[in-house]
Design a protein around this ligand. Structure first.
Ligand SMILES: [Fe+2]
Length: 163
């Protein structure tokens, strides 16, 4: 299951924020900046949702600025489809390997730091493949309106777009 991980805030004032955001076993870092309401990965040219899935990488995602909404699908979970909201300086979202995920930024964009944990077999090709939900019937079904609705975590349902 995914987790929302708290961390120690030494100081959190309007003018100074000083946090310990260490993920102890992280061995890779990536930074994803969305300038405006971007979607990662992009929808397909036909408009279908696309997802990342890392076979050999755990993500640990912290929004540094702005807000971003993550769509998670993992068929090993009792309810496979969850939508999780990340706000700047909020909890760190841990996404386990094998989870389809995509994210949509707020209108003003967002900056997200990923303190990843990669195994020795992780490569750029294996970890950053894009999966089109149109090509994966089970994924398409899980995210369609005909299926049970996603479980929301900090998300206002009225702001979500239909699949
Ligand atoms: Fe990821």
């Amino acid at each position: 299951m995914f987790e929302l991980i708290p961390y120690e805030k030494f100081r959190d004032t309007p003018s100074v924020r000083f946090f310990d955001i260490t993920i102890p076993n992280s061995n890779a870092r990536d930074l994803v900046s969305h300038d405006g309401p971007a979607t990662s990965p992009n929808n397909s040219p036909e408009g279908y949702w696309q997802f990342y899935l890392h076979p050999n990488q755990e993500d640990n995602l912290l929004a540094l600025t702005g807000g971003r909404t993550f769509y998670l699908v993992n068929f090993s979970w009792a309810q496979p489809f969850h939508i999780v909201r990340l706000e700047a300086n909020g909890a760190i979202l841990r996404i386990p390997p094998g989870t389809f995920h995509r994210s949509v930024s707020d209108p003003d964009g967002s900056l997200v730091l990923n303190q990843a944990v990669r195994t020795a077999s992780a490569t750029v090709a294996s970890e950053f493949r894009v999966y089109n939900s149109h090509d994966i019937p089970r994924l398409m079904k899980a995210t369609s309106e005909a299926s049970p609705p996603p479980i929301l975590h900090g998300v206002d349902r009225s702001k979500l777009r239909a699949a």
